[in-house]
Design a protein around this ligand. Structure first.
Ligand code: PLP
Length: 634
């Protein structure tokens, strides 16, 4: 199917077709030579080619699939977020500071968290943890003086003991009470006389989020204290002499909040609660507005699930203004503001580059000729294929379905050979594709042709696992932008869906971002014999790194950290992906035992005279060596 027939397809056409200007946030562009470039300075002429990175990695024997991280994009996002809040604080003359608190569950990779801490040092960037292991990780990292470690998640004595230890280690830790049962453990910790962290409360607001994660907020959420629970908790802590430790209120109404009005409502409700506590004499100093600051994955700037109807600056303005207004009205001092923005800080910084290994054509490009000697049913299909027009396409397509069904019945009765069946199948799909083309001339395209069209797309087989690298696409249908990383100055001439190399029918991508609608297929180029064709899945830096699984024992992919230096990519570090032995070990196949078992089998054969000693050694070495190879297609 020809997609773009233009005088000359240029880089600008590609940027528009794939929507880079909408979702790229200025960090991605297409160069005149058709390469996708990464532009941390938001200056296309200073961008570094992703293809050049892949070629350089290949020369070091690090092949796709590979996850590329661009630390400068982390830095740029930290700067943008802090600048947005800085602007809002200045504009509304807000008297207290703002600090970001990075929730490490969004991307726990040490290199990512360390980069964020470096970039956010001057802004007092803190960390949010949701479990004891995350707290242990956070406690080990250098954090700016006075930056907070906010402990969310369900807490037992062990978790609280670790929080106390972190305080001893010099960290400023707040444990946020999520559930009443945590209070007993907090009071017990205080009774031991050990170092006490600060205490906060997670509020269960009436306000809900909007979008795919809206269940995290609202009265039915599994998180946070109800009003009554909050009042009882305050009584209990006061009775235990812990009133002066209570310093923070927190809410989180869900990730990727698509509609700014939901944020405004939640901010006002939480600030009212803050003000009431201040009236009651509780000297809470921080209001933590949680995560939720979303990313425009499809570039539409709407409240669709893959987008947001606000900018980062608007978000900061609404948070600061909302808090200020309520505090003024209630005549209480304003709190310092924290946000647990995760997605917004890390989503842009990484991309997965995969190579396309082949295609499954929707339509056979070179069908065999019909010579008149075939069975009548095949000849009927040939006639329909020859005479179908815009006037009769519907009727002829329905006839073709009947002929096709007759053909299969004849085949099952043994009355038709394989070559005839092959010709009949090709003819049927040729008729179907013509019918789809003709159907587009109608004012309303009938549902059956819309469905048929989706069956006619090519499938591009990509060397990666959706389950390992795009888990939210598999689990939640979340959309991520996809583009080729080269040939972007060439008109794409195919429409395709993507399939991965797992043997699971869920391992596919059939929905693609678009500013106006969700596309069922993406425009790609025909493969050129002997030349690699690379695609990138973009904006995958949030959540995807940590949620992936090892379906089919495909493991963690190779990773490279890449800096952009005056238009050139500089590979800062490479971390090789898992080899078969590693993914197998996770499921109880220990390398040593595997080798011993293969060896025992070979010994047996040698003893029985079925195998020469030398061959046995060679086979064992071969097996051992293959265990150490990358899990993806080589
Ligand atoms: N804080 C809490 C308590 C969360 O549960 C989450 C994620 O859902 C976040 C912060 C991060 O949210 P986001 O990635 O939308 O900024």
């Amino acid at each position: 199917m020809n997609v773009y027939v233009t005088e000359r397809f240029t880089a600008a056409h590609a940027a528009e077709l794939y929507g880079l200007d909408g979702w790229g946030n200025g960090y991605l562009a297409v160069r005149e030579d058709g390469h996708l470039v990464v532009t941390p300075q938001r200056e296309p002429s200073e961008g570094a080619s992703v293809l050049e990175v892949i070629q350089e990695l290949a020369s070091r024997n690090v092949r796709t699939p590979v996850l590329l991280r661009f630390p400068q994009l982390l830095e740029a996002q930290v700067e943008r977020l802090c600048r947005a809040f800085g602007n809002a604080i200045r504009e509304y003359e807000y008297g207290e500071p703002y600090a970001p608190v990075f929730p490490i569950k969004v991307n726990q990779q040490r290199s990512v968290v360390e980069q964020l801490l470096r970039s956010g040092w001057a802004h007092g960037l803190g960390l949010e943890v949701g479990s004891r292991p995350e707290l242990m990780a956070a406690a080990s990292l250098p954090t700016p003086p006075n930056a907070l470690i906010v402990c969310n998640g369900f807490k037992d004595a062990e978790y609280l003991g670790s929080a106390s230890l972190a305080v001893r280690l010099g960290k400023r830790v707040v444990v946020v009470v999520e559930k009443p049962f945590e209070l007993g453990a907090i009071v017990n910790l205080a009774a031991t006389g050990r170092e006490m962290p600060l205490i906060g409360f997670r509020l269960r607001l009436q306000a809900r989020g909007a979008g795919m994660w809206e269940k995290s907020g609202g009265v039915a959420s599994k998180f946070g204290l109800t009003t009554l629970q909050l009042l009882r908790a305050l009584e209990m802590l006061e009775a235990a002499g812990l009133k002066d430790r209570v310093k923070l209120l927190h809410f989180h109404i869900g990730s990727q909040i698509t509609d700014i009005r939901k944020i405004k409502t939640a901010v006002r409700e939480a600030t009212q609660i803050y003000a009431k506590l201040r009236h009651l004499g509780w000297e809470v100093g921080y209001l933590d507005v949680g995560g939720g600051l979303g990313i425009d994955y499809d570039g539409s700037r709407t409240s669709s699930d893959a987008s947001v109807n606000y900018s980062m600056q608007e978000y900061a303005n609404d948070v600061v203004f909302g808090i200020k207004e309520v505090c003024e009205q209630q005549e209480v001092p304003p709190p310092a503001i924290l946000s647990e923005s995760g997605r917004a800080l890390v989503a842009y910084h990484s991309m997965l580059v995969t190579d396309v290994r082949g295609t499954i054509a929707g339509i056979e490009p070179h069908p065999p000729e019909v010579d008149g000697s075939e069975h009548e049913v095949v000849l009927n299909l040939a006639e329909a294929d020859r005479t179908i027009t815009v006037k009769n396409y519907r009727e002829f397509y329905h006839d073709a379905i009947e002929y096709r069904d007759q053909m299969y019945s004849l085949f099952n009765l043994g009355l038709l050979g394989l070559p005839e069946r092959a010709k009949g199948e090709c003819l049927f799909w040729s008729i179907a594709s013509k019918a789809v083309r003709f159907s587009k001339s109608a004012k309303f395209v009938a549902e059956e042709f819309l469905e048929l069209e989706s069956k006619l797309h090519d499938k591009y087989i990509c060397n990666f696992s959706v389950f390992q690298s795009l888990p939210d696409h598999w689990a939640l249908d979340q959309l991520f932008p996809v583009t080729p990383i080269h040939r972007l100055n060439e008109s794409p001439n195919r429409k395709a869906q993507l399939v991965d190399i797992t043997c699971d029918s869920d391992g596919e991508v059939q929905k693609f971002v678009d500013q106006r609608e969700i596309k069922e297929a993406i425009e790609l180029h025909s493969l050129i014999e002997g030349e690699p064709y690379y695609l990138a899945f973009l904006l995958i830096g949030a959540y995807q790194d940590t949620m992936g699984d090892m379906h089919n024992l495909f493991g963690r992919v190779h990773e490279a950290e890449v800096l952009v230096d005056a238009g050139r990519p500089v590979i800062r570090s490479v971390r090789t992906g898992e080899v078969a032995a590693e993914t197998m070990t996770a499921f109880g196949y220990r390398e040593k035992e595997l080798i011993a078992s293969i060896d025992a089998g070979l010994r047996d054969k040698v003893e029985r005279g079925e195998l020469a000693e030398r061959d046995a050694r060679r086979l064992l070495a071969d097996y051992r060596e293959r265990l150490r190879r990358y899990t993806y297609l080589g």
